[in-house]
Design a protein around this ligand. Structure first.
Ligand SMILES: Nc1ncnc2c1ncn2[C@@H]1O[C@H](COP(=O)(O)OP(=O)(O)OP(=O)(O)O)[C@@H](O)[C@H]1O
Ligand SMILES: [Mg+2]
Length: 273
């Protein structure tokens, strides 16, 4: 994104906090985080296991209530108090999760999954040929063939194909924001590169904001405009990918960077164990 381009904040958080449990048994999973995510930006949230990434994602999606703080969506305080408001919000924000197997209703065929998306985008009254044309286009976007997918169930696909089907759904739904919570951690390296390419292509073609959650700082550097580093529920640093990774300020960020194995270095196993 050009540095001096007019930038609009699509999602903003102030003092956002989630505390699980009651009394002495509490865990502050997300601890007063502030953020501004802009239209069309690819933002990565990077942190180790347990740092609060998924908890934050679930609050952003309205799947988990917040303990404290505020979320604004396009300048308006997020209000999900009624089913109608939630439905409207979910047209604007969609998610892809780590485990593609859990993302589908096992009784729905692939056609049903995609037709639901077309219906949600107001295409209920289109002719069947038009719906098939849309499904074919969405599947072609992720290198899947409609003829090979029709009448199949998602569980008949490989993990990588299932994640691609998730992206085909996003292609049809065209949300303003896509939240991707470690979407590539359960698939092989080759499928992973394909999925990342598709996410980048989706962003370029639709100006979607992508919030990419990962523990992999090397991957975040590779794909992101902006990086937020999360440690124990707090954002310890954020900035452009270059600023954060080439010139890290927080000790925690330096540690994450040092933990990345370098492919051209010989493994030193003397320190293991
Ligand atoms: N429903 C829950 N009830 C109680 N504690 C929870 C709940 N969900 C998460 N936690 C705790 O909140 C903290 C943050 O968890 P979270 O799943 O957000 O981390 P994460 O950064 O997504 O980790 P990972 O990289 O392993 O996915 C952890 O200490 C976790 O045990
Ligand atoms: Mg998680």
């Amino acid at each position: 994104m050009p540095v001096n381009a007019e930038r609009t904040v699509c999602l903003c958080g102030r003092g956002l906090t989630k505390v699980f449990g009651l009394g002495r048994q509490t865990v502050t999973a997300v601890d007063h985080v502030d953020f501004d995510f802009y239209d069309g930006e690819l933002v990565s949230i990077v942190g180790e296991s347990g740092s609060g990434k998924t908890t934050l994602a679930k609050m952003l999606l309205g799947l988990l209530s917040k303990t404290e703080g505020e979320i604004h969506f396009h300048g308006q305080p997020l209000d999900l108090s009624t089913a109608k408001k939630r439905r409207k919000y979910w047209k604007g924000i969609q998610a892809i999760f780590q485990d593609p197997f859990s993302s589908y209703n096992i009784f729905n065929k692939i056609d049903t999954v995609l037709l639901d998306c077309i219906r949600m985008r107001g295409g209920k009254n289109l002719k069947m040929e038009e719906k098939i044309a849309l499904m074919t286009e969405a599947l072609a976007f992720v290198n899947l063939k409609y003829e090979e997918m029709t009448n199949k169930y998602p569980f008949e696909l490989s993990g990588g194909q299932m994640q691609r089907l998730m992206i085909a759904r996003i292609f049809l739904l065209k949300p303003k924001i896509l939240l991707a919570d470690e979407p590539t951690s359960m698939i092989d390296a080759c499928s992973r590169a394909t999925i990342l390419d598709m996410l980048l292509k989706l962003r370029d073609e639709t100006n979607m904001t992508i919030i990419f959650i990962t523990h992999d700082i090397g991957l975040a550097y590779h794909i992101s405009d902006t990086v937020y580093i999360m440690e124990k529920g707090k954002f310890v640093e954020h900035g452009t990918a270059d600023e954060v990774i080439l010139n890290p300020q927080a000790e925690y960020t330096r540690r994450l960077i040092n933990d990345v194995p370098k492919l051209n270095e010989t493994w030193d196993l003397s320190t293991v164990g």
